[in-house]
Design a protein around this ligand. Structure first.
Ligand SMILES: C[S@@+](CC[C@H](N)C(=O)[O-])C[C@H]1O[C@@H](n2cnc3c(N)ncnc32)[C@H](O)[C@@H]1O
Length: 270
């Protein structure tokens, strides 16, 4: 089996990871055969996944620029993924010299590659951490070094929460993070959903099954269910909307009907 030099030692390369499947959708090179096989199955089952991933990244960048325009320059990006084109620290750093970013992921490849990309950057760090155990993230050295938790922080949970079933208590974890952040903090969130997807319910169920076969949860939710993640973070305009409709910057953002397979929103802690 291939084992490139950048593969962290001891990692089982035969098990697909959601992080590396996503890297493959985006045309990245930090994935292994098992990731590519699972990703190709997903792409065969569900129309437009690479476009959906790109639309998600485009939302993320618009939301980062929005945060900066609102004076929020600190970012805690959990489930940040394998660094690829247009990362949060690049978009935020281009908009403000004050921007500071802490990335968090539980995938060893995402963390190793993140460390390499951020080497020598004193405004951004990546931490190996688990969203399901949020307090150690808040208390971590990178957060203490880079973020001032007395000032508003943009908490980013972008294309993350659909990897947890309700049994994982993702709402409680979001609430723990919310309680650790001051008023004025933002929640930037996107989440897969069938509500506005042109795909059939069967295609959605098949996609969930492909992730399950790889040992991961994939749980699409309705807009109503996703809105509940914003408890304590009243939504800013235009509210929780299909990803392409969140403050689009060009008509091309809204061109492909497949990219409506997910919601996006930003809320501000009162
Ligand atoms: C689909 S990617 C999204 C990456 C990036 N946020 C974006 O939207 O482009 C989801 C990321 O969440 C990470 N992830 C999954 N479960 C996690 C957990 N329990 N704690 C931290 N990260 C997790 C995966 O490793 C993956 O990198």
């Amino acid at each position: 089996m291939e084992r490139p030099a950048w593969a962290p030692p001891g990692m089982d390369l035969s098990v697909p990871s959601v992080s590396r499947m996503y890297d493959y959708y985006l045309g990245g090179s930090h994935n292994f055969e098992a990731d590519r096989v699972a990703a190709r199955r997903a792409m065969d089952a569900f129309p437009g996944i690479p476009k959906i991933a790109q639309a998600n990244r485009a939302f993320m960048r618009r939301a980062v620029r929005y945060a900066i325009s609102e004076g929020v320059t600190q970012f805690l990006d959990i489930g940040s993924g394998i660094p690829t084109f247009g990362n949060v620290h690049e978009v935020a750093g281009a908009a403000s010299d004050a921007a500071r970013v802490v990335y968090v992921d539980n995938d060893p490849v995402a963390v190793a590659h993140g460390r390499a990309v951020l080497d020598g950057d004193d405004r951004a760090e990546i931490l190996h951490g688990d969203f399901l155990d949020p307090l150690p993230i808040v208390k971590s050295d990178p957060v203490h070094r880079l973020l001032d938790l007395d000032r508003p922080v943009a908490l980013m949970l972008v294309a993350l929460l659909h990897f947890f079933g309700d049994g994982d208590e993702p709402r409680e974890k979001v609430a723990t993070l919310r309680d650790a952040l001051p008023a004025g903090s933002l929640l930037i969130l996107s989440h897969a959903s069938m509500d506005h997807a042109p795909a059939t319910r069967e295609q959605g169920a098949e996609l969930e099954r492909i992730y399950r076969d790889g040992g991961a949860t994939f749980a699409m939710r309705s807009g109503e269910e996703i809105a509940r993640f914003f408890d304590g973070f009243p939504l800013v305009a235009p509210g929780l909307v299909p990803m392409p409709d969140w403050r689009p910057e060009s008509p091309s953002d809204q061109e492909d009907p497949n990219v409506y397979a997910g919601y996006a929103g930003v809320g501000r802690k009162a």
